[in-house]
Ligand binder design. Sequence first.
Ligand code: SF4
Length: 224
Amino acid sequence: MIKASGKRVYELLKKHLRYDEDEFVVYVAKDLANNPFVILVSIILSQNTSDKNSIRALKNYINEIGSTCDDALRASVEAIQKAIRPAGLYKQKATTIKRLAIEYCNRGPQILNNNDINLIKMWLLSIPGIGRKTVDVFLQLLYDAPVFAVDTHAARIAKRWGLVGDKASYDEISHALLEFFGHEHAGEAHRLLIVLGRRYCKSRKPRCGECPLREVCPYAQRQS
Ligand code: SF4
């Protein structure tokens, strides 16, 4: 188990890992067209690809298709596929965006304005192609919900820190990280773990010797 409190780890990460918000596709979406639909599109685009690729795809999407659910409804699936190609898995993602557009134009504003986190969560999860991470990123960003979105970096790091076992489920990892960092820091900690994973805590060859957490991380202690 990591030998520091969530508060201390958060402080160390904040001190050593500087980043710009525009490195993250959801913030680019917020800047370019601050509406919930396009933020959901940006999170769909980010599935299984880098923020760099999803930012390129998002900019194309907004230029070529538009930013509202009506724009997405009017566009053909082929046009959406072409616009979002840089994000990879573009056929699958275009289909998900189309499904989202139908649902969103139908009931989106009514459900989102209700501010009922569970209702929003169930509604989004009922749309094929939208999973827990997409929903948690959205709920955390727009509703400051008490959730911790788990991507591959967060999952790997939580296991290396000993917060969860190697076979932990999404829910177990999400709960453990939320408890560790606390609701107040969940959104920022989610982004810091992504930056930590990209710069130091890489999947194959983690750079423990240079990592700001090397003194407190059990994985680093085992390697030395
Ligand atoms: S010390 Fe190593 S295993 Fe621990 S967080 Fe840093 S890079 Fe990851």
